[in-house]
Design a protein around this ligand. Structure first.
Ligand code: MG
Length: 452
């Protein structure tokens, strides 16, 4: 085979994703486990999974592949992705997590984690793809086949790690009343457990592990959280918390039942957790509120392409300690360089306790921007549409870090193709809600017009 031959890509922007027994077969999953273990060439790999129905099947296949290469496996069972990442970081070992995050229940996925707990860099995923493609697997002789063990206390240790970064005593003193919707996903035990350690009065929703996500769609968007929102509206609670399927993200509902946009919780956490002189990292898709709070604090804000692994890598490179995305993904470098839903929840409750304020008051104190987000189905390839968009915005100020961002004095619009689906995401952002809607509409209409 020629060395220049293009090797088919397996890992997307967030690991391998697919439908079990269709593209994610037992044979394929086992080969991916074996390829990763052959490349890592390390004595042991940690494996964990979310609550999906196919989790046992795919996890068993990945484990078999790893063992056959002569590598031991420590099985962490069902746990949030950041809990596995924390285990990898603390123990200095590689990990593989079986999850499809917030995707519908029929999907599953395989993601590799580096020894420092971060998502594996793209260049190293390519090395695994090469081993898989050329079938350069390590095959252990019978006496060297790996051994399998289960770990215990993993979630308890993870939550201790999270709580070491907040004033747990002060949170306990507030006896917060919390409603939490874990969406039948991987945080069904960990977040309620953390809240009980924090002395909260807890009402859980969907805290039964159910890999069919019977109760709600796994993406923590307001339209999927109507039960939690209604509970917050009618009951006496201080805050509502909801996670996506693998609990690397957290979103919040205020005490009146208002959904708090992920952009606002990111701004709030940045305002309180970043220190003068420190750098903060966020993609170009989050609002200018972050710029405002960073200049108030005296922090330098670095904008990246969209994608949590890119934000994490940039944070490590720039020695930034606070970063995140506008979808509820918070990265707190003092804890670990990956999105962490429990850490985000603990930071927000820490602020409420320290300031002695309601969550709605804390949110009111941050700059108020509106972001309107839409998606337009792509009938053509983005590459075919992009020249028309570029031509349309000629003469206006633009930023092409990721897609096309059109910057006006009163706000901006961002048009960027999704990395995983045939859609274009269109954002409109402004302090003036009407202007944000107009910017969004202008470019939704443009993309639809170009395609018609
Ligand atoms: Mg996720």
């Amino acid at each position: 085979m020629s060395p220049d031959e293009e090797i088919p890509r397996l890992f997307g922007t967030n690991g391998i994703r697919g439908i079990p027994n269709d593209d994610l077969t037992v044979e394929f999953s086992s080969d991916v486990g074996k390829a990763a273990a052959s490349y890592f060439d390390s004595p042991i790999i940690a494996v964990g999974r979310d609550t999906r129905v196919s989790g046992d099947m795919i996890s068993s296949a990945v484990v078999s592949g790893i063992l056959s290469s002569g590598t031991d496996v420590v099985d962490l069972g069902v746990l949030p992705t950041p809990a596995l990442q924390y285990y990898c970081k603390v123990n200095g070992i590689y990990g593989i997590v079986i999850t499809a995050s917030h995707n519908p229940p029929q999907f599953n996925g395989i993601k590799c984690v580096d020894k420092d707990g971060t998502e594996l860099e793209r260049s190293r995923e390519e090395e695994i793809e090469k081993v898989y493609h050329y079938r350069e697997f390590k095959n252990a002789a019978w006496e060297n086949i790996g051994t399998y063990s289960r770990a215990s206390g993993v979630i308890e240790n993870y939550i201790s790690g999270v709580l070491s970064h907040v004033d747990a005593d002060s949170i306990r003193g507030k006896k917060l009343k919390v409603a939490v919707d874990t969406g039948n996903g991987a945080s069904y035990f960990s977040t309620p457990y953390m809240l009980s350690v924090l002395g909260c009065s807890i009402t859980t929703l969907n805290a039964n592990p159910d890999g069919k996500f019977t109760s709600r769609n796994s993406e923590p968007k307001p339209e999927n959280l109507t039960n939690l929102i209604n509970l917050m509206k009618t009951g006496d609670f201080d805050i509502g918390i909801a996670h996506d399927g693998d609990a690397d993200r957290a979103v919040f509902i205020d005490e009146n039942g208002n959904f708090i946009d992920g952009d606002k919780s990111l701004t709030l956490i940045t305002k309180r957790a970043a220190r003068p002189g420190e750098k903060v990292v966020t993609p170009i898709s989050s609002s200018d509120a972050i710029d405002e709070v960073c200049s108030e604090i005296g922090s330098e804000l670095i904008r990246t392409k969209v994608g949590a692994p890119i934000v994490s890598r940039t944070m490590i490179r720039e020695k930034a300690l606070v970063g995140g995305e506008e979808n509820g993904g918070i990265i707190y470098g003092r804890h670990q360089y990956c999105r962490d839903g429990a850490m985000a929840a603990a930071l927000v409750m820490d602020l409420m306790a320290k300031e002695g304020k309601k969550i709605s008051d804390l949110i009111r104190e941050i700059p108020d921007y509106t972001i309107v987000r839409s998606q337009v189905h792509l009938k053509k390839k983005w590459e075919e549409i992009m020249p028309s968009v570029s031509k349309y915005v000629q003469g206006r100020k633009t930023d092409e870090t990721d897609g096309i961002k059109v910057i006006e004095e009163y706000g901006w619009a961002l048009i960027r193709p999704s990395g995983t689906e045939p859609i274009v995401r269109v954002y409109g952002q402004s302090k003036d809600g009407k202007k944000a809607r107009e910017l969004n509409r202008e470019f939704v209409d443009l993309i639809e017009g170009i395609q018609s």
